[in-house]
Ligand binder design. Sequence first.
Ligand code: SAH
Ligand code: SF4
Length: 434
Amino acid sequence: MNFADSEIVGAILTKEGYTLCKECGEADYILINTCAIRDNAEQRIRKRLKELKSLQRQRAWVRIGILGCMAERLKQKLMDEEENVSFIVGPDAYRQLPYMLEHIHDGEKLAETLLSDSETYADIDPVRYDTNGISAYISIMRGCQNYCAYCVVPYTRGRERSRDPQSIVREARELFEKGYREVTLLGQNVNSYRWNVDTESHKAEVGFPQLMEMVATISPLLRVRFATSHPKDLSDELLQVMARHDNICKCIHLPVQSGSERILKLMNRRYTPQWYLDRIDAIRHYLPTCSITTDVIAGFCTETEKDHTETLNMFRRVRYDYAYMFKFSMRPDTYAAKHLQDDVPDDIKTRRLEEIIALQGQIALENNQREIGKEYEVLIEGVSHRSDKQLFGRNSQNKVIVFDRGNLKPGQYAKVRVLRCTAATLIGEVIENR
Ligand code: SAH
Ligand code: SF4
């Protein structure tokens, strides 16, 4: 999401005549887009700011700005604590950037952190940075108001709002015409995407399943992915739309967070393990080939060994293809910070996290071993990092497959048979290209 936001910032500044540097050392302005989701994300930014001090000693005119969630969370405090920061800009205030850059020359410090109920940057065509020219992100909504007890996002990104579907379809179509072959629609909880069409002749509501259908019909050669789905809102209707379109990728990221009913309640996730497992059954029913990935938090407030075992059991039941696994990090302002104690000792959090990682590693390897012999359509993304004689791409399930180059090129589709695997990668051979 930050990556997509940086591309919006890039577009806003490019329009005013600014250009992107390849190296930090060439820049007049350094903009750091930040995350506040866990404390270590913020610590990394603090460290980066320290490293930039020596650069600023050589180039005294360089101005550093902090963008995004950390700017929003800390506001003026961040500028007071970090003397080399000249401006801070929250996620809804990027349109102010050109004005701000114009006005900080005299050593003044500026902050703009107002959150908006309506800003979606719908009219801005993001500048695509660091792209392979094949896959791109499209933000379809901003903000979140689910208020999961551990999460800082509702405080740093403001209220949930959806973007005009026509502007999303236009952006996807333009990307396709430029040669892109995959778009990922982004939102904190895409299943609550909603747009009311209300003209004199036409009244309708566009929900996420309809939006997916609109994007998927641009071309069968354009793959469509999305992230993230909140389990409480994952509808059968969406699964049916996914089943109808081959180019909607068969991969669902469904963050579970915990396998314990008590912890899920305390987290304010608003589903039970049984509800979650029913959603998994629905995915397997409508989309038998679908891969499923997740997020999980180890060591949330009051978590016991029994709760942790239930999380491990959830992993054994679902057999995720991939998981993002985190140690709980208490975030200021959240419900947990106000009402709960961060009472699981750090060494226990670490041990539980390691147990989840080890189990998931084993499951991912076993899942990949079951792929051997299967054939997949792969969208080729680039040259393999290991050998320039090999290419890599992903199948619909988002699994990376490496294979010999032949006369194929990135951006093409190829049919590949899986021959071998590791826990992270499939190795295959091309049997057909188109
Ligand atoms: N909107 C998405 C998640 C966005 S944040 C959703 O609801 O699924 C990405 C992940 O970071 C979360 O799923 C959660 O697993 C993790 N996370 C969020 N806050 C955290 C915290 N305080 N400590 C540890 N992990 C956290
Ligand atoms: Fe955070 Fe929950 Fe919103 Fe996801 S749904 S961004 S975890 S508050």
